[in-house]
Design a binder for this molecule. Structure first.
Ligand SMILES: *[C@@H]1O[C@H](CO)[C@@H](O)[C@H](O)[C@H]1NC(C)=O
Length: 415
C-alpha cells in the first residue's frame, strides 16, 4: 500500500493485491489490516480523497472489499469529503487489449515458442530469440491478463523469424500448415503491430513521477490514434502498422482483411472509452491542474471561479507557469491568496493513477527474497524496500563520513 500525502493535507491510497500479502511469510492479509494501519499512524480519515486499486474483488467487493470498507469507515467518522476511486490506469489498458479477441493467435505463438524452447535450445538462430522470450515468460505472473501485453516483443520476433521457425519445425516433423496460412499470418501481423502500440502506451504510463494528468493525456492521445488507424485501415492503408504492410505486400491485396481489422480497432477504441469513462468525468479537474490558464471559468466549480479569474489575469503567474517545468511544478507558485486553487491542485497531485509503485515494490521484494539469501532478516528486508521505493532518498555523505571519523578516532584513543 502506498500513501501519498500532499502538504500534509491530502491523502491518496494506492493498493494492489500483491501488497495484501504479508511481507514476511507471504501470507494473505485482509483489507481490514490496511484500514488498521491508516488509523495506527494517525492519519485523518477526512483527509482521504481517493483510492487507486487493481480492481480485483478483494479491493472492489461491495462489502468486504477495501473500497467498501473505506467508504464505511469514512461514514462512521462523519467525513464530508467525497472519495474518488480509480481502477489502475495500467490494468485498465491491459484489459482493453483483451477486447481484440485474438487469444487464439497468442496461443499458437506460445505453443511454438515452447516447442522451440524444448527442442531448439542450442540452435544458433533461436538463441537470442529464446533469451528474449525467456525474460517475458519466466516470471510467474500475478496478473496473467496484464502481463499479456509485454508479449509484444515476443510476437514481433516470431513474426520476423516466421520463415526460419517454419523451417525448423518442419525439420522436427511438425505440421506447419496453420503457421503458413495467409489468414493466420495476417492476424499475427496485426497482433504484432497493435501489441507494439499498446506496449508503447504502457511504457508511457509506467515509471516514477507520472502525475495523473500526464497519464490521462497519454490515454487520450491513444484513443485519437485509434480513430486515425481505423480510418486508414478501412482505406486499405495500414501505414502505422509495419508488419501488416509487409504481409500485405506479400499476398494479394484482396486477401488482407482490412475491414475486419478496422472493426477490431473500433472495438478497441470503444473499450478504451468505456473503461476510461471515470477519467473523462474528471476532465475539468484535470485541466485545472494541467493548464489552469486555458480553463473556461464559466464551467469551473463556483467555489474556485473568483480565484481562477485572478490567476488567469495575473501576468506574473502566467510567465511563471510558462517557465515552470510542467503541471507538477506550477502549484508551488499559486499564492496563498488563492486557497481553493491550492487545495484543488494538492488533491490532484496526490492522486495515484496506477498501482505501479505497489507492483514495482513487490517485484523488488521478490528479487531480494531469493533462495540465495536465506539469512535475510525482516529488518534488512524493510531497509532494502525502503531504499528501493524512496522517490528521492540520497545519502547524507557528510553525516555518514563524520560518524565514521568519530568511530576511527574513538578506536584510536582506546588503543
Ligand atoms: C500576481 O501574483 C503575484 C505572485 O503571487 C503577486 O505577488 C501579485 O500581487 C499578483 N498581482 C496582482 C495584480 O494581483
Amino acid at each position: 500500500m502506498f500513501l501519498s500525502i500532499m502538504n500534509g493535507t491530502f491523502l491518496w491510497i494506492s493498493m494492489a493485491v500483491p501488497l495484501l500479502f504479508d511481507l514476511k511469510d507471504e501470507k494473505y492479509t485482509c483489507p481490514t489490516q490496511a484500514l488498521k494501519f491508516v488509523t495506527e499512524i494517525k492519519l485523518l480519515w477526512d483527509k482521504l480523497v481517493g483510492l487507486t486499486t487493481d480492481g480485483v474483488p478483494a479491493m472492489c467487493g461491495k462489502k468486504s472489499g477495501l473500497v467498501g470498507m473505506v467508504r464505511e469507515k469514512m461514514r462512521e467518522e462523519n467525513c464530508a469529503g467525497e472519495l474518488t476511486v480509480y481502477h489502475c490506469i495500467i490494468h485498465q489498458e491491459a484489459l482493453c487489449a483483451k477486447a481484440l479477441k485474438m487469444e487464439h493467435v497468442m496461443t499458437t505463438v506460445t505453443q511454438v515458442v515452447n516447442f522451440i524452447r524444448a527442442k531448439g535450445l542450442n540452435h544458433r538462430q533461436f538463441k537470442s530469440f529464446l533469451e528474449e522470450c525467456g525474460s517475458e515468460y519466466a516470471d510467474v505472473p500475478y496478473h496473467t491478463e496484464v502481463r499479456w501485453l509485454s508479449r509484444g516483443k515476443v510476437l514481433n520476433r516470431c513474426f520476423e523469424l516466421r520463415e526460419e521457425i517454419c523451417q525448423f519445425l518442419e525439420t522436427k516433423g511438425k505440421d506447419t500448415a496453420e503457421l503458413r496460412e495467409q489468414k493466420f499470418l495476417c492476424e499475427l501481423a496485426f497482433l504484432c503491430d497493435i501489441s507494439s502500440h499498446l506496449d508503447a502506451l504502457n511504457l508511457q504510463l509506467q515509471g516514477r513521477g507520472r502525475i495523473i494528468t500526464d497519464m490521462y493525456a497519454a490515454v487520450r492521445a491513444f484513443k485519437t490514434k485509434l480513430c486515425l488507424w481505423e480510418n486508414q485501415m478501412l482505406q486499405g492503408n495500414p501505414c502505422h502498422f509495419p508488419c501488416c504492410q509487409s504481409i500485405k505486400a506479400q499476398i494479394s491485396t484482396a486477401v488482407f482483411p482490412c475491414a475486419q481489422f478496422a472493426e477490431k480497432l473500433s472495438v478497441l477504441a470503444a473499450e478504451f472509452s468505456r473503461r476510461f469513462a471515470d477519467f473523462d468525468a474528471q476532465k475539468c479537474k484535470f485541466e485545472l491542474l494541467s493548464n489552469p490558464f486555458a480553463v473556461d471559468v464559466e464551467n469551473a466549480p463556483t467555489n474556485i471561479q473568483m480565484e481562477l479569474i485572478e490567476l488567469q489575469c495575473n501576468d506574473t503567474l502566467k510567465s511563471k507557469y510558462d517557465d515552470a517545468v510542467g503541471a507538477a511544478q506550477f502549484p508551488r507558485f499559486i499564492p496563498d491568496t488563492m486557497p481553493q486553487l491550492r487545495t484543488q491542485a494538492a488533491q490532484m497531485l496526490s492522486m495515484f493513477g496506477s498501482t505501479y509503485l505497489c507492483e514495482q515494490l513487490f517485484s523488488s521484494m521478490k528479487m531480494t527474497k531469493t533462495t540465495y539469501r536465506r539469512r535475510l532478516t525482516d529488518e534488512h528486508l524493510r531497509s532494502i524496500l525502503r531504499i528501493s521505493s524512496a522517490q528521492s532518498l540520497s545519502p547524507d555523505i557528510d553525516e555518514l563520513a563524520s560518524k565514521k571519523r568519530c568511530q576511527v578516532s574513538g578506536l584510536g584513543t582506546s588503543d
